[in-house]
Design a protein around this ligand. Structure first.
Ligand SMILES: Cc1cc2nc3c(=O)[nH]c(=O)nc-3n(C[C@H](O)[C@H](O)[C@H](O)COP(=O)(O)OP(=O)(O)OC[C@H]3O[C@@H](n4cnc5c(N)ncnc54)[C@H](O)[C@@H]3O)c2cc1C
Length: 313
């Protein structure tokens, strides 16, 4: 086996990819994990991961993710902080898959796709210009800078409410702006938001513009019921309006479902031999960290079996 030849290459360094790397290396497979820009994926910027087994009071993602990586490295997995840019089937003679990365090509008989999701943007004027200058996707990164300020959170799902709760520990007031008439988040978050005196909720509200020159000053909102607009002074705007699966790099190698995610069977196998998909990039993901970790372990066990017997589906 040459230096660039692996049994298993994993694209993605979130909890799904890290767990696949750990499990594959523990099975004695030569394994390389391509982490992309964010080792730990979304979790690394979450101050309190709820519902992850073993941590009844939650655990910060920046604590948990490096531990899983260390565990994988100790088991023998190699890591590269680079992106997978393309995936090609090798010819029948060599077999397997070639992954083009920012550091050159690597070859593997099995590839685990664990590239997760990216947070969607609002797509309104001012949002891009003010990104990092008040408009943000990371509450735990920016909340300490907004102590005693008024901030807004856009969205009505788990992520939005969880991050509103994080922000309320620092900001003087948090205004949740949600276009719908009810939250889609878990009851536990909805209850905590209702009980938090610092959090105000505005249903039926659309953010139409982020305003500021070099730093966010306000947002323009529109009421869904009556169409009236308002300018709301905010020092920070945190956007959690959904997730888009990170599959563009696959360039059509695998078919995706209507939401852009990769269909797999119960063993995380895609329809193409040697290609697995795990975590939130796959169809039907439960969307929770523990589920993503479980997917990674299942795929690594499946990859080991496939490398032994060559059987697919
Ligand atoms: C704000 C927020 C709060 C959350 N809170 C919780 C919680 O409290 N509890 C819970 O259970 N879940 C929570 N979740 C959900 C949890 O984050 C996801 O279930 C989990 O992150 C999914 O892991 P993943 O590995 O599938 O994907 P991701 O976390 O999206 O990781 C994807 C990885 O792929 C990498 N990548 C992307 N493209 C490429 C490429 N082309 N090549 C190589 N690498 C690439 C990225 O750098 C990253 O490392 C939360 C999510 C959000 C957004």
């Amino acid at each position: 086996m040459s230096n660039d030849d692996y049994d298993v290459v994993i694209a993605g360094g979130g909890v799904a990819g890290l767990t696949a790397g750990l499990t594959s290396a523990r099975a004695g497979r030569k394994t390389r994990v391509l982490t992309g820009a964010a080792l730990g994926g979304h979790l690394v910027s979450i101050e309190r991961i709820d519902g992850y087994p073993g941590f009844p009071d939650g655990v910060p993602g920046y604590d948990l993710c490096p531990i899983i990586q260390e565990q994988a490295v100790a088991a023998g997995a190699e890591f590269a902080a680079t992106e997978a840019n393309a995936l090609h089937a090798e010819d029948a003679g060599r077999g397997g898959w070639r992954v083009t990365t920012g550091e050159g090509d690597v070859h593997a008989r099995a590839v685990v796709i664990a590239t997760g999701t990216t947070l969607k943007t609002l797509g309104v004027p001012g949002e891009e210009q003010l990104r990092g200058k008040g408009v943000s996707h990371c509450a735990s990164c920016d909340a300490p800078l907004l102590r005693n300020r008024i901030v807004g959170v856009v969205g009505g799902g788990d992520s939005a409410l969880q991050e509103a709760l994080t922000l309320a520990q620092h900001a003087s007031r948090v205004i949740v702006l949600h276009r719908g008439t009810a939250f889609s988040a878990q009851d536990a978050y909805v209850q905590r938001v209702k009980e938090n005196p610092k959090i105000e909720v505005r249903f039926g509200t659309i953010v139409e513009e982020a305003i500021g020159n070099g730093g966010l000053k306000s947002v323009r909102t529109r009421s869904v019921p009556d169409g009236t607009t308002e300018t709301l002074e905010l020092s920070g705007l945190f956007v959690y309006v959904g997730l888009a699966p990170a599959t563009a790099w696959l360039d059509g190698v695998l078919a995706v479902d209507a939401s852009g995610r990769i269909p797999v069977d119960g063993e995380m196998r895609s329809r193409l031999p040697g290609l697995f998909a795990v975590g939130t990039v796959r169809s039907g993901s439960a969307g929770r960290a523990a589920a993503a970790a479980g997917d990674g372990a299942i795929a690594a066990v499946g990859a080991d079996r496939y490398l032994k017997d060559g059987r697919w589906l």
